[in-house]
Ligand binder design. Structure first.
Ligand code: UDX
Ligand code: ADP
Length: 441
């Protein structure tokens, strides 16, 4: 089956960049990205310098394809009905209430999306799960589509998890290590899988496109993220031991990573991982294991989160100790608010947790991150109940580090590498040679 039009529900960090690259690589395909948040769509249609998602290389692609075969629209129903294939890239946060609160993924946005498709679709559709979802979500989506869809309209559901990392999304999409497509083994299922393979094969070598059953695909995504996060917690746990001994975590990472069976990536000790995926996906995995009675497995993965919390707290405590244990009236510069360099996303950022702890101990903080908007930082301060009178936001680095007792480095942005000797620097990323304290040293 040839797909001519696709739409993507959800114009966020996954939907925006992924659809931009699909539109670029498949000029004959018409791609429409829709979202319930009108201001987000307006901003995708607005000036190229203030797109809602910052990713190196994204703006240049949008300049090429927007209005050619990539469209951003708030007309969700029209886009759904006129598309052959619909990607779901809506948010799936951790549940805050009800069964599984604090653990399971909240599927209300996915369910709303499926209902919307069921109500609107007048012709057969291929529905593709892009968001990370708990295993067997496809079943739930199928239930909604089959029960609420119009008579005579049929749906095929595919799982096609996104593996891009923020900050390198465009490169990751151009040169994916693999593309994973899960589908049913019925003849209609196979045709749907092939239709999606045909899109990706425009730029991904065919041997890197793996097809599996739906459940393997869903679980592979959760397990991949869990194993990546586990590497970080592993190296971070060792960083604590390095600080007690005379070992240096950077030397260890190099020595460990040169074993080709382990590999050099994802061994950077840090203040802890953040971002919208790792914690959420592991909690999801833990919840699934508990649901199936696999207590030991659940506990094993939960430990990855516990070490991450330990690491964030440990870094904040180092700062408190470094300032003599009393932060009342002390001024601290926070360099980096996003969860890592090269992104404007601050979801689950360690900087938020560290700042909260420092402010609770009486410090005044000055925050600098050139990519994160003032409104996002203000929203985080409010959401995490940090005393806003103790926080100020700097628009340039010099102003931020001026007249403070301590400078804390929270992301690995290159601008923080060469800060001078005259400052008391606590480095949560191990990038600054002049730091008084550096994680794992
Ligand atoms: C992650 C996965 O990498 C990606 O495949 C998946 O699709 C989504 O989740 P992302 O969260 O965007 O991507 O960024 P990633 O580069 O994985 O970093 C996650 C966190 O781990 C960041 O806070 C980062 O600073 C931290 N990290 C990463 C480390 O502390 N040390 C490392 O060695 C690598
Ligand atoms: P991600 O990082 O997974 O892309 P984001 O929160 O950045 O997550 O983006 C998800 C987007 O999906 C949001 O912009 C949100 O408004 C949108 N969304 C959620 N539910 C729906 C829905 N039912 N219909 C359309 N858009 C939706």
């Amino acid at each position: 089956m040839k797909v001519n039009k696709v739409c993507c529900i959800g114009a966020g960090y996954v939907g925006g960049p992924t659809m931009a690259v699909i539109a670029l690589k498949c000029p004959d395909l018409q791609v429409t990205v829709v979202d319930v948040r009108k201001e987000r769509i307006d901003s995708w249609n607005g000036p190229f310098d203030s797109l809602p998602v910052y990713e190196p290389g994204l703006k240049e692609i949008i300049e090429k394809v927007r209005g050619r075969n990539l469209f951003f629209s708030s007309e969700i129903d029209i886009a759904i009905d006129s598309s052959d294939m619909i990607f779901m890239a809506v948010n799936t946060p951790t549940k805050t209430e009800g069964v599984g609160a604090g653990m399971a993924a909240d599927l209300k946005y996915i369910e709303a999306c499926a209902k919307n498709i069921a109500q609107v679709a007048k012709t057969d559709k291929i529905v593709v799960e892009k968001s990370t979802l708990p295993v067997r979500t496809a079943e739930k989506i199928r239930e909604i589509l089959d029960n609420q869809g119009r008579a005579g309209v049929s749906f095929e559901i595919l799982s096609n998890p996104e593996f891009l990392a923020e900050g390198t999304a465009i490169q990751d999409l151009f040169k994916s290590d693999r593309v994973l497509i899960g589908g049913d083994s019925t003849s209609k299922g196979k045709k749907a899988v092939q239709a999606l393979v045909d899109i990706y094969k425009n730029w991904i070598p065919i041997e890197k496109i793996i097809t599996t059953n739906v459940w393997s695909s869903e679980l592979a995504k959760l397990a991949s993220n869990a194993m990546l996060a586990q590497r970080i917690s592993s190296i971070n746990s060792i960083s604590a031991l390095c600080e007690k001994t005379n070992a240096d975590i950077h030397e260890l990472s190099k020595a460990i990573g040169m074993d080709h069976r382990i590999g050099p990536h994802f061994l950077n000790a840090s203040v802890g991982f953040g971002g919208s995926c790792f914690q959420k996906d592991i909690l999801n995995l833990v919840y699934l294991c508990k649901y199936y009675g696999l207590e030991e497995v659940a506990e094993y993965w939960h430990q990855v989160i516990k070490i991450n919390d330990y690491q964030k707290n440990r870094f904040a405590q180092k700062i408190i100790d470094g300032l003599g244990g009393d932060l009342l009236g002390k001024r601290i510069a926070i360099l980096g608010w996003a969860f890592k360099a090269n992104t404007n996303d601050s979801r689950e950022s360690p900087a938020i947790y560290v700042t909260k702890k420092l402010v609770e101990r009486g410090a005044n903080v000055k925050i600098f991150d050139p990519l994160v908007s003032l409104s996002t930082i203000m929203r985080d301060i409010e959401d995490y109940k940090i005393d806003k009178d103790a926080c100020s936001i700097s628009s340039n680095i010099d102003e931020c580090i001026n007249d403070v007792e301590l400078v804390a480095i929270l992301t690995e942005a290159s601008a923080y590498k060469d800060l001078g000797k005259e400052l008391l620097i606590f480095d949560g990323r191990g990038i600054n040679k002049n730091a008084k304290f550096s994680i794992g040293k």
